[in-house]
Design a protein around this ligand. Structure first.
Ligand code: NAI
Length: 300
């Protein structure tokens, strides 16, 4: 593997598991010394142990991205332990409840905005100061395709990620004089099972994969490879932009899922039982049963 980060230092927020863990591992394998910041102490310590077992120089800092003292402590720890800071990956994030908008609470809205938007702002503010003093750096914000399009009942999450894209271009302009680039990546559906602690086996159906123009659901490694490129000197002419990494789902305009198929079949045939049967068959990944059910319905 290339060693584009030899001698460099990276902070990865939410680096204990999921996409953040894959990013921390990738940057570490390419030579970076890594600071894993996470609200889950046990998972963070375990991940750092795993990184060290691979020969990666890594430390764990426990904290909440939404709490400024925790953020300041993490940036100081990076600067003190490794004497520099080159890359910040604002990856930590939480989803929202999915409750209908009428039932969403102000508390939920504020927590999602705090973690997904205020957190990256605080980390950028503190990290950029250290980067500026040492001649520059790169900030990568992990947004989401949900910043650009929505399923119902996702207001707090979508708004937080939309805000993160605006924060990205605002920071890119403000920090350009200090030789700091700021970019966003927007993943689509990424199955993180294998990067959980303990790792899990992915539970994906053929339909999950095949509805993507790229032919499969994304993996944390896909996002990590993109982040590593954007954070490297090879991307020196890229700043302020958002790079979508979603296997082509957003250009396809429609997330086709079992529920959409069920309502489409019910609409087209007027047969709710058939629609429910097809949905159950799809959930089991059994396209053969769907074919049989359709044949039976059409009397073929
Ligand atoms: P995950 O839930 O597997 O991992 C998130 C990590 O962040 C965990 O280790 C968690 O403890 C940590 N974390 C949560 N709140 C924190 C806080 N307040 N302070 C510090 N650490 C905190 O999540 P996943 O799926 O790996 O997502 C990572 C990022 O990618 C998030 O920003 C998410 O919104 C974004 N994303 C994920 C997609 C997916 O399909 N998995 C799609 C698009 C975006």
């Amino acid at each position: 593997m290339a060693a584009r980060f030899k001698g460099k230092v990276a902070i990865v927020t939410g680096g204990a598991r999921g996409i953040g863990a894959a990013i921390a591992t990738r940057l570490g394998r390419e030579g970076a010394r890594v600071v894993v910041f996470d609200i889950d102490r046990e998972a963070g310590e375990k991940r750092v142990e795993m990184l060290r077992a691979e020969g990666i120089d890594a430390v764990f800092v426990h904290g909440d991205v939404a709490r400024e003292p925790d953020v300041a402590r993490c940036v100081s720890a990076a600067a003190e332990t490794f004497d520099r800071l080159d890359v910040l990956v604002n990856n930590a994030g939480i989803g929202s409840s999915g409750r209908p908008v009428f039932e969403q609470t102000l508390e939920e809205w504020e927590r999602v905005i705090s973690v997904n938007l205020t957190g990256p702002y605080l980390f950028a503010k503190h990290a950029a100061k250290v980067m500026a003093e040492r001649g520059g750096g790169v900030i990568v914000n992990v947004a989401s395709t949900r910043a650009l399009q929505s399923e119902p009942n996702t207001e707090p999450y979508s708004a937080s990620k939309g805000g993160l894209l605006a924060l990205t271009h605002a920071l890119a302009v403000s920090l350009a004089p200090y030789r700091i680039r700021v970019v966003a990546v927007s993943p689509g559906w990424i199955d993180t099972s294998e990067w959980q602690l303990p790792p899990r086996k992915p539970q994906l159906t053929r339909l999950d994969h095949e509805q993507h123009p790229a032919g499969r659901v994304g993996r944390p490694e896909d996002v990590a490879a993109l982040v590593a490129f954007l954070a490297s000197d090879e991307a020196g002419f890229i700043t302020g932009v958002n790079v979508v990494i979603d296997g082509g789902m957003t250009i396809k305009m429609l997330y086709l899922d079992d529920a959409v198929i069920e309502s489409a079949v019910a609409l087209l045939t007027g047969d709710r039982e058939l629609a429910a049967l097809i949905r159950r068959a799809l959930a089991g990944g059994d396209l053969g049963r769907v074919k049989e059910a359709l044949k039976a319905a059409l009397g073929a």
